[in-house]
Design a protein around this ligand. Sequence first.
Ligand SMILES: C[S@@+](CC[C@H](N)C(=O)[O-])C[C@H]1O[C@@H](n2cnc3c(N)ncnc32)[C@H](O)[C@@H]1O
Length: 256
Amino acid sequence: MKILIDTEAATLTRTGGGEDSSVGLFTKAAFETLSREWLRLGWNLLYYHNFSWFGRPILQLPEDMMRLQEAVYALKPGVIVETGVFRGGSLLFHATLCEALGAGKVIGIDREIAPADREALRAHSLGPRISLVEGDSTDPRTVASVKSLIGSAEPVLVILDSAHTREHVARELECYSPFVTVGSYIIAADGVMRDLADLPRGMPEWKSDNPFAAATEFAARHPEFLQQDPPWLFHDGDLTENVTYWPGAWLKRVGP
Ligand SMILES: C[S@@+](CC[C@H](N)C(=O)[O-])C[C@H]1O[C@@H](n2cnc3c(N)ncnc32)[C@H](O)[C@@H]1O
């Protein structure tokens, strides 16, 4: 596909794939086409590896954190569980929201947590809100530890951001979805992989082997969950689609 941006004529033209199409440059359609390519280009250049939260690296697209913040504010979780800790920035992001809301704890799970990262989180001013569990996220012992740390806290929000193969995310969805309370979400992060398969840093198998596929299949097997982004709470314009690394990620529990 070729995309021609004509800033003088104010048009965006897509050619290839059999049919040419042209839209105004200042339209929703042009924004969506350019956003998709911006996401792909930025991912390939590690755009999302250039942020930190309260002093720790965080591997997230800022747009996704804004949407997560909206959902957390609306839900006011008693506990946020996240698989995939990396250096702890996302756990601190969740803990910051809990601190601002005056309630809530955070549980982070990773197969390997470096002693320096563990110590940095322990010593952080937000550390008391965070518990860490080391182990494969789908190991029954790990899941049992998380269950006991959750205790009776609710609502329970879960974010899956560890290994991103379809199979692993499918297993995580089965392990952690029972903890999710009605009205809350389990989020299968990084479904954007399906759109990155052809990039220099991508892998051809990602076209079908990705968290989006796992989330879509999970929703089909589990009618108690709906694959549905949280609604935009403030909306003033034509746009309707998130600019996101998390397409199809949000699975809302709608029944027992
Ligand atoms: C994408 S990073 C997490 C990023 C982090 N949530 C953030 O926003 O900064 C993925 C993490 O998942 C961990 N991981 C990979 N496979 C795992 C598994 N099977 N069980 C638990 N953790 C795993 C890796 O060690 C790595 O730290």
